[in-house]
Design a protein around this ligand. Sequence first.
Ligand code: PLP
Length: 355
Amino acid sequence: MSKFFSDRFAALTPYTPGEQPQERTYIKLNTNESPFPPSPAVVSAVAQEAKRLQLYSDPESTTVTDALAARYHVKREQVLVGNGSDELLNFAFMAYCDETHPALFADITYGFYPVFAEINHLPYIEVPLREDLSLDPEDYTSLNGTVFIANPNAPTGLALSRAVIEEMLKIRQDRIHVIDEAYVDFGAESVLPLVDRYDNLLVIQTFSKSRSMAGARLGFAIGRPELIRDLNTLKYSTNPYNVNRMTSAAGVAALQEDDYYAGNAAVIQENRAWTMGALRKLGFEVTDSMSNFLFARSDRINGDALYRSLKERGILVRHFDRPRISDYVRVTVGTRDQMEAFILKTTEILQEVAE
Ligand SMILES: *Cc1c(COP(=O)(O)O)cnc(C)c1O
């Protein structure tokens, strides 16, 4: 830190992204990306749009916003796109938290939430998950604040039903609930059908996972028009051109390829079930993940040792050196070949530690 760095951020611990090695080619199961490329239509839409790079992008991102509104059966005024869903989550922290409305989120959840709270100097409460890593809604209804729930949660993969979230919305109509559905396309229930009925619900999704666009940075928020106006105030105060031309074009093209992406998500779910079974046969405890990753631990090897041994063998997974979950590894579900390689190497590693 230089001597000029503002005291306001002296204590800030930034988010640690998963490794993105540029030298060696690993089987990359560490950042929940899709193993499948974007559809060819997306690639050519990006190439076409690149010819107009001399022009600013549309600050209203009209084309992709309209395509999202049509896809999710809402009005254009109910949608805001962002530079990844991370940008929109940051706006939601800025918009809906303050000294009397602390952010409420799980002790084990997306690691960016505490960072968003801290960079904006907002109070927050980390609400402990139950022993089995599930979330108890009553822990939230009994506190005051703005609720952030990743559903399915990361890194556990566990999901709440729509009915449970609707109950929370009814019990606490005085507060906003931000539901981060980054992984919802892999089998969980979305609360998007509730946005017209509840003015205290904001849903955030992303093209990064199920739509193979992590490198393009495109997320979206859907809620009542008043909420979208709030977020727009912050967007126009930071970066009016937050979504670039190529990314907007990619998003529009991707929304016309639902069958391709739904097919990929179905393959991921099959591979998830296969890998879960194989891990359980090896004696792992595995959470009931509804996402594109598995969260697993074994009594025979700790999380850090398994992460390191797999890395030596060319497979990257994610380990979190955090209380309660340091025994676990998080493994992105890739292709069947990738998962077979992961299981093979894991089996070898367990044999070695047993010797
Ligand atoms: C990946 C992820 C995001 C961020 O997605 P981007 O759209 O790539 O910024 C948000 N929330 C959760 C829980 C995630 O895992």
